[in-house]
Each structure stands twice: as C-alpha cells, then as structure tokens.
Design a protein around this ligand. Structure first.
Ligand SMILES: Cc1cc2nc3c(=O)[nH]c(=O)nc-3n(C[C@H](O)[C@H](O)[C@H](O)COP(=O)(O)OP(=O)(O)OC[C@H]3O[C@@H](n4cnc5c(N)ncnc54)[C@H](O)[C@@H]3O)c2cc1C
Length: 461
C-alpha cells in the first residue's frame, strides 16, 4: 500500500481510470521502478508509490489536476529504456504510464504519423512501413515509447541524413502539471508563431508536461538500402575515413564505429554471427536511395575513400534480414556489456575531434589501469564510453574517470551528453557545460510550467 498518498486520492484516481488501472501493490509495479541504467548507479525508487494507467488525455488531465492540488509528485514513464535514471520515481508519488494510449494513424498525403505517446518505436517503424513510408531514427531499443523518445530527444544510429527526434516532431499534445491541455503545431512543416514550445518540450525529460500525442514526420520508403561493414587495422584509419565520407557528397543514414571485441561480444550475447572478423576497428555504414544504381555508386565512392585509408575489406549486406541482424547486433553492444558495467557515457564532440577524444579516453584508462570500451555514432561525433567494473576500486575512482572524460569532451568543443540526457544521474555535472545564468533560466522555465514542482521533481532543476 501507499501510506503517503491519502486513500481519498486513491479513490479519486480509481474513479478516473477504473479500479483495474490503479496499482498499489509493490510486487505488481516492480518493472516500473527502474529503467535500463546500470544497477550500481541507478537511483533508488521511493517506497510509497502508486501506478496509474490512464486511457485518454482527459484522464491524464484529471490525474495531474488532483496531484497538483495535493502537491503529489508525478513521474511519467515510457518504455523504461532510458540510461540515466530519468524515469525512476525517486519520491513518494504517482507513476503515470501511458501504455494504454498506443494508437498510431498515418496521414499518407502529408507523410506524417499521429501517434499516442504510449505507442512504441517498434510499433511506429512497423506502421510506417505498412503504409509504404519510413521512420529513419533508430535509438537502439524498440521498446522505447513515443513519449519517452520525444522527452529524451533520442538520436541513435541513422541520424546523419535525417536528424534526431527533434527534427521529426511537427505537433504535440501535452498536459501541463495544472491539468491544462496544450495542442501545439500540427501537420504543418512551417510554423513561426512565437516561442517554439514544441522544441522546448522535446528533451525536457518529463519535467515540464506529460506528452500525450505527437505528429511525426515520415519519409518515403527508400527503394534500396544497403549496409556496409568495413574493417580497419587501426582506429585512426577508420576514423580518418569518416570526415572524408561526410565531405564526399554521399550522405549515409548512419556511420557507426565499433571495435572487434565488443561487437563480437554483442553477437555472442544474441547467439548471432557477426559477418566480419577482420581488423580491430570497423565502420558500419548504412546507405539508402531511390535506385540500386544510385546506392551502388555511393557504395563505390565510400569503398574508394575507405580503401585509401587502408580498409581491409568492404562487406556489403543487401537483404533486409542481414541488414536488420547487423543493426540488432550493433544496438545490443550495451546489453551485452551491461552485467559488467558501472556507467555508459555519451559524450559528443565535433566529428573531426572523435579520434582525439578516443585517444584521450585510452590515456585516461591507462592512467587508472582500466579498459574503457568505446564505440559510437561516428558520423555524429557521439561516443559511448563504458566504465566497466574490472579494475575499479571505488565510486570515487569512477567519478574521477568520468570527470576527466567530460572535461576532455568539453575542452574539444563538445558536451557531456549527446543523446541520453541528464536524467537523475548527471545533475551534478551540469555546471561543467552550463553557466550559472543558463541554469537560472532553466529553473525559471520549470517554475512557469510547473509552479509546484510536482512533475518528475529533481534537483537542482
Ligand atoms: C540497448 C539500448 C540502446 C539504446 N540506444 C540509444 C541510442 O542509440 N540513442 C539514444 O538516444 N538512446 C538510446 N537508448 C536510450 C533510450 O532508448 C532512450 O532514452 C529512449 O528515448 C527512452 O524512451 P522510453 O520510452 O524508454 O522512456 P523512459 O526511459 O521510460 O523515460 C525517459 C524519460 O522520458 C520521460 N517520459 C517518458 N514518457 C513521457 C511522456 N509521455 N511525457 C513526458 N515525459 C515522458 C521520463 O519521465 C524520463 O525522464 C538506448 C537504450 C537501450 C536500452
């Protein structure tokens, strides 16, 4: 039971969503108390929580109105695939899951999807495909929900050509902590009326409002898509190829950098076979286009660039099954390494500085006597560095290693998080990238949206 939430409030919530959708037993809400953040650093959930599953925007609004009146914290959750503890309910209060709000319609004429926030990335990919359209981004875990993807401005592989979530959202329906419903934008591509609240809400990590619906831009399905896997003996050879590819005029959907040990580990973890066993460093390059000739000409150009940087081979996957398998193995490096991991960082630097950053990460690892496996979205300068348990003597040591990596990323003109966000585990590091004035403005915005600080309360924001 939840002693901190008055019984009268629980009765009101039952009246709004129905008895079945208000869960008070702890054992029935276990999977809502955590996300995919590694166990050691994931924040602890509070004891006194209730889980509510509304089925409509009106119900979300009524729930927030009550919570606001009674000053009860509310934690919006999506698919709980986040990597920074953002969805973990850390104070007694209400967990709100929109999983019952999962409808998606496609507006074929305007090439947009109108999706409720509880639909998953997997659902969106499928619905778009069935309509002959394409939703390009692929932020790893297809169990992530539309609300969570927007709230974290997710990126992932396949962002080079069409961008991250921010570039796809044309309209939003959201519920403010007061219960007011806002309808923003729509099926339009241009909109210049005042401050852009849609862009402010994208990436707000459940602190400003609950997202209930979104209008999402889709693209025509490519007629032809291929995935290349290109091995190199050295990291330098692989990474030198990236800016050259980006300058060549060919715009791939993705250029991913992986190292042989981690990609083979991910394949073993999934009981799958990785197609290329050569070299230390590999690039995975995804290309699409309207004809086979166009895409094969782009492949030739990329092969030429990679070979001029001593590529050992260029493996081309053409069937959708083979390409999906490659993407799935790449997306699961994190899952494979997770049992032995303390933290996954996602620092981002200008793409041309990626090699320098990785060399510095190696140097930091050597100084502390630990191996820091790294891979990432090379075309975006976005690097996932893992702090593994092996060799780590204390959490103080973790803090120092992380601090040095962050410092290096910032010194190279980058940032401490390119896609996972601040969540609840990176709040202490904000001052490394944001000035006092900047943080003060963010706090002011939070107060305007959420004067009683009930929505995903976290400190200092
Ligand atoms: C194997 C793996 C690979 C991944 N790869 C990538 C990657 O390549 N790129 C990338 O960007 N991310 C990646 N991620 C991280 C993760 O998938 C994203 O952060 C995802 O966008 C979170 O969506 P979710 O629905 O799971 O949200 P949750 O984890 O449930 O919540 C995340 C945040 O969003 C808020 N939120 C959720 N729903 C709503 C809503 N309806 N309204 C308001 N706020 C809401 C929560 O309060 C929380 O702050 C990966 C994760 C895993 C496990």
């Amino acid at each position: 039971m939840s002693p901190k939430i008055p019984n009268a409030v629980i009765d009101d919530l039952r009246g709004i969503v129905g008895d079945k959708w208000v869960i008070v037993q702890r054992e029935l809400m276990e999977s809502y108390l955590k996300d995919e953040t590694p166990d050691i650093i994931r924040p602890k959930p509070a004891e006194d929580l209730i889980l509510v599953k509304p089925s409509s925007t009106e119900e979300v609004s009524l729930i927030l109105k009550i919570a606001n009146e009674k000053r009860i914290p509310v934690f919006p959750v999506g698919g709980r695939t986040g990597l920074v503890g953002g969805a973990v309910p850390t104070e007694p209060g209400i967990i709100i899951s929109l999983e019952r709000m999962n409808k998606i319609e496609v507006d074929l004429e305007n090439m947009m999807a109108i999706a409720e926030a509880g639909a998953t990335l997997g659902d969106l990919i499928k619905v778009a495909e069935n309509a002959g359209l394409f939703f390009p981004p692929h932020p790893g875990d297809e169990g992530a929900q539309i609300g969570g993807l927007i709230a974290t401005n997710a990126g992932g592989a396949r962002a080079i050509k069409y961008g991250v979530m921010r570039n796809y959202i044309k309209g939003l329906e959201v519920v403010l902590p007061t219960g007011d419903v806002l309808s923003l934008g729509g099926r339009i591509l241009k909109n210049n009326v005042g401050y852009d609240l849609i862009q402010l809400i994208i990436g707000s990590e459940g602190t400003l409002c609950v997202i209930t619906k979104a209008v999402i831009k889709l693209f025509p399905k490519s007629k032809y898509m291929v995935t290349l896997v290109v091995p190199f003996n050295t990291r330098s050879e692989a990474l030198r190829s990236v800016p050259a590819i980006l300058r060549s005029g060919v715009i791939p959907l993705a250029i991913e950098y992986v190292q042989i040990n981690e990609i083979l580990e991910a394949a073993r973890h999934l009981n799958e076979k990785w197609p290329v066993h050569k070299g230390f460093a590999q690039l995975i390059i995804i290309l699409d286009g309207m004809s086979q000739e166009e895409v094969l000409a782009a492949c030739e150009e990329i092969s030429r660039i990679c070979e001029s940087n001593n590529a050992l081979d260029v493996m081309l996957a053409e069937t959708p099954e083979e390409q999906n398998r490659i993407l799935k193995i790449r997306s699961n490096i994190y899952t494979a390494l997770k049992p032995n991991m303390i933290d996954i960082l996602d620092v981002t630097v200008p793409p041309s500085c990626l090699e320098k950053l990785m060399d510095e990460v190696d140097a930091i690892g050597s100084r502390y006597g630990v191996y820091l496996p790294a891979y990432g979205h090379a075309g975006d300068g976005n690097l996932h560095v893992h702090i593994m348990k092996e060799g780590i003597k204390s959490m103080e040591m973790v803090k120092k290693i992380k601090g040095e990596i962050y410092e290096m990323a910032v010194r190279l003109g980058g940032t401490i998080t390119g896609e996972h966000g601040i969540g609840k585990i990176r709040l202490g590091d904000l001052s490394m990238v944001l000035s006092e004035k900047h943080i003060e403005i963010l706090r002011g915005i939070k107060r305007v949206f959420d004067p009683n600080n009930i929505l995903n309360p976290r400190h200092p924001l």
